[in-house]
Design a protein. Structure first.
Lengths: 154, 141
């Protein structure tokens, strides 16, 4: 039952990505290309996607905050608060990769459905990058940064 | 702004928010795609089922759209496989190091008014904007 609920959530999330057009790299790059503001080609759709997503999530999370989830003993709200070097470095590296192709993890995985060879290469590389990070972390390169599962942001 | 699609963007964004809220209601988890997917590649992870189920649902959505006649076209990708691979590595490594991506920080984190997520979102947006400006207007111009 929890797995089915999770499947449903993934499906709704993916449907949101499809309807909003965020599965299209051209749409995302059309937003990131702010120099297009000058010549009228800029596409602010991504801001509207985020605003609508934040409105629904903000209200929903506020209502759920004191509640216990249906299929788990407790909610895993992130607990980390410090703006540290790994956060900023990681976000910068992610942003560079995002800008190079126009794919972030959600749309990249959803776009696997198109069987695009480029997307498949991207997702495999992304998985390698994720695994490489965890391997590097496990080897003690960042002993101070070992975090509890509850401390992750997303 | 000929490409601006505010209505579909608002509907799609609201659905993404709904998915995040329902995932918290059902499983008590943050709907951060990099966190959900990244957990699959860590040998210490002992909760792979809900992660795999979420990802299956995510991939099923474009298939369902195709069934009702709204197939998602193959996204436009850079010609260079090396560029694609480097970008994928950066997205994978960066989202794990920074503990989140567009969904985990940009939606779920900012919705909680988390200073970490606001900072991360500003940084990855700024980095992506600079990269697009360079690749589309300086190098590729």
């Amino acid at each position: 039952m929890p797995a089915f609920a999770s499947l449903l959530c993934g499906f709704i999330f993916g449907t949101g990505l499809v309807i909003s057009g965020m599965v299209k790299t051209t749409k995302v790059l059309g937003f990131l290309d702010i120099l297009g503001i000058g010549n009228g080609t800029w596409d602010p759709s991504l801001i509207v996607v985020m605003a609508a997503g934040l409105l629904v999530t903000g209200i929903g999370y506020a209502l759920l905050r004191p509640r216990t989830p249906i299929f788990a003993p407790k909610s895993l709200w992130p607990s980390a608060t410090d703006i540290d070097r790994p956060l900023i470095t990681g976000a910068a590296l992610f942003g560079i990769g995002w800008g190079l192709v126009g794919l972030c993890p959600g749309p990249a995985i959803a776009d696997l459905a198109t069987l695009s060879p480029g997307v498949i290469v991207f997702v495999i590389a992304m998985a390698v990058g994720m695994a490489a990070h965890d391997l590097w972390q496990a080897r003690g390169a960042r002993p101070i940064e070992q975090k509890l599962a509850t401390a992750t942001d997303g | 702004m000929a490409n601006f699609t505010p209505v579909s963007a608002a509907i799609g964004g609201a659905l993404i928010g709904l998915a995040a809220v329902l995932l918290m209601l059902f499983t008590g988890r943050i709907a951060g795609i990099s966190g959900i997917a990244g957990g699959l590649f860590n040998p210490r992870t002992d909760d792979r089922l809900w992660r795999l189920a979420f990802i299956a649902g995510l991939i099923a959505a474009p298939f369902a759209a195709a069934l009702i006649g709204h197939a998602v076209p193959m996204p436009q990708m850079p010609g260079s496989t090396i560029t694609i691979a480097v970008a994928g590595l950066l997205v994978g490594f960066g989202t794990r190091l920074g503990n989140g991506c567009t969904s985990g920080h940009g939606i779920c984190g900012i919705a909680r008014l988390s200073p970490r997520s606001i900072a991360a979102t500003v940084v990855f947006m700024a980095a992506a904007i600079v990269v697009v400006a360079l690749t589309h207007h300086v190098i590729g111009a």
